[in-house]
Design a protein around this ligand. Structure first.
Ligand code: UD1
Ligand code: UDP
Length: 372
């Protein structure tokens, strides 16, 4: 039996997907530094090596104490089975607080399971809103925020959105986003350790970095085709190579729709974090529908065009690091022209890289506003 087994559990951290592993890595390390008795619950929503274990190894994270191995399924099946599994673990381990990060089905399951038990819930990255209820992530965010006892908003704007929904001010803390902690901890390391630029012959070649995996884009054949055609136009006009590390959801839709990929776009397997960070730092432009990638592009001073009609990260638009193009090819090209020609010296709105410390001070240091 380990020491962690014997002591009362201070905090249970729930994660299930690639972005949660990356954005929670600094917080998990901070738990280790503080000798907190924490447990890691992995739902198994992501399970392919390239979306899961590669990050545990590279970021030197402890093995999860539990892996529910839920895998892929319909939203209801997947979330329902997660709730059952998480509830069992929480009843057994009785942590003081549960922390979830972001907007995935794993987050919603963690929120529902803990909010029905006498255990406090902290939501990291609270208060993000796309105001698009068609997005499964929007539903997950809203429900999780309304179930949480601690709302860790990355910016003052996201805190205000929570207040606008009537959530109590003494539960809301503006901490910055742990993505800044993760980028600060790893971007120098990426410069020294990754040879991805040589591997893909990009060291001397200007290139665009692409990710697209959102259900509303890749599950819709017309939108997916439009998006690829817009990327092709950008590559042609600016004479850029294009690297697209493709998420398995998008890969399987390409096969299913039998979409022909423009020659200029090189598809590769999803990359590890250091390789991906170095590509983000080195790209002439990033074209993406990812939430985390919009933030990282902003932090790393790389211009970004978002292949969506809305964003729950409007701070990136406000500081001038990002433009919303949707998937219309002309709009993608127009936005890319504007971003490539713009000055790349905006402010980072997502905090100073101490979000993880602040979150643990508040949720595990017993410094609740009402108790101060
Ligand atoms: C999920 C999140 C999304 C997040 C993304 C991060 C929800 C509703 N969506 O989307 O917000 O941006 O993770 O990448 O929670 N698959 C594999 N291997 C895996 C996992 C999935 O091949 O390890 C394939 C399966 O075919 C699966 C599909 O990808 O059906 C979608 O996986 P799922 O977890 O349902 O959603 P994501 O698109 O990954
Ligand atoms: N990422 C990565 N390898 C890749 C693509 C993305 O490590 O090939 C990282 C990226 O740096 C960011 C996170 O994955 O930290 C974003 O995850 P994703 O786009 O899957 O999810 P979202 O943020 O949209 O929920």
């Amino acid at each position: 039996m380990t020491v962690r087994d014997k002591q009362p559990t201070d905090v249970a951290i729930i994660l299930g997907t690639r972005p949660e592993i990356i954005k929670l890595a600094p917080l998990i390390r901070e738990c280790e530094n503080r000798d907190l008795n924490f447990i890691l619950i992995h739902t198994g929503q992501h399970y392919s090596e390239s979306l899961d274990s590669v990050f545990f190894e590279q970021l030197d994270l402890p093995e999860p104490d539990y892996n529910l191995e839920i895998g892929s399924d319909s939203h209801g099946e997947q979330t329902g089975r997660m709730i059952q599994g998480i509830e069992r673990i929480l009843l057994e381990s009785t942590p003081d607080v549960v922390l979830v990060q972001g907007d995935t089905n794993s987050v919603l399951a963690g929120a529902i399971a803990s909010s029905k038990l006498p255990i406090e819930l902290g939501h990291i990255e609270a208060g993000l809103r796309s105001f698009d209820d068609e997005m499964p992530e929007e539903v997950n965010r809203v429900l999780t925020d309304h179930a949480a006892d601690y709302l860790f908003a990355p910016t003052e704007d996201s805190a205000q959105l929570l207040r606008n929904e009537g959530l109590p001010d003494d539960c809301i803390y503006v901490t910055g986003n742990t993505v800044v902690d993760a980028v600060e901890e790893h971007s120098q390391l990426a410069l020294h350790r990754s040879d991805v630029l040589t591997e893909f012959e990009l060291a001397e070649n200007p290139f665009a970095l692409v990710t697209a995996h959102r259900a509303e884009n890749v599950d819709n054949q017309h939108r997916f085709q439009q998006l690829l055609s817009g990327i092709e136009s950008v590559a042609e006009e600016f004479n850029l190579s294009v690297l697209y590390p493709i998420h398995p959801r998008a890969r399987s839709r390409l096969d299913e729709f039998d979409i022909e990929i423009p020659d200029v776009i090189e598809l590769v397997e999803p990359l590890d974090y250091l390789d991906f960070l170095l590509l983000e730092q080195s790209a002439s432009i990033i074209l993406t529908d990812s939430g985390g990638v919009q933030e990282e592009a902003c932090i790393l001073q790389t211009p970004c065009v978002t292949l969506r009609d809305n964003t729950e990260r409007p701070e990136t638009l406000d500081v001038g690091s990002n433009l919303l193009a949707g998937v219309d090819p002309n709009e993608i090209l127009t936005c890319a022209r504007e971003m490539i020609d713009s000055e790349h010296n905006w402010d980072n709105p997502f905090g100073d890289g101490t979000a993880s410390e602040q979150i643990l001070n508040i949720s595990c240091g017993k410094t609740r506003k009402s108790a101060e």
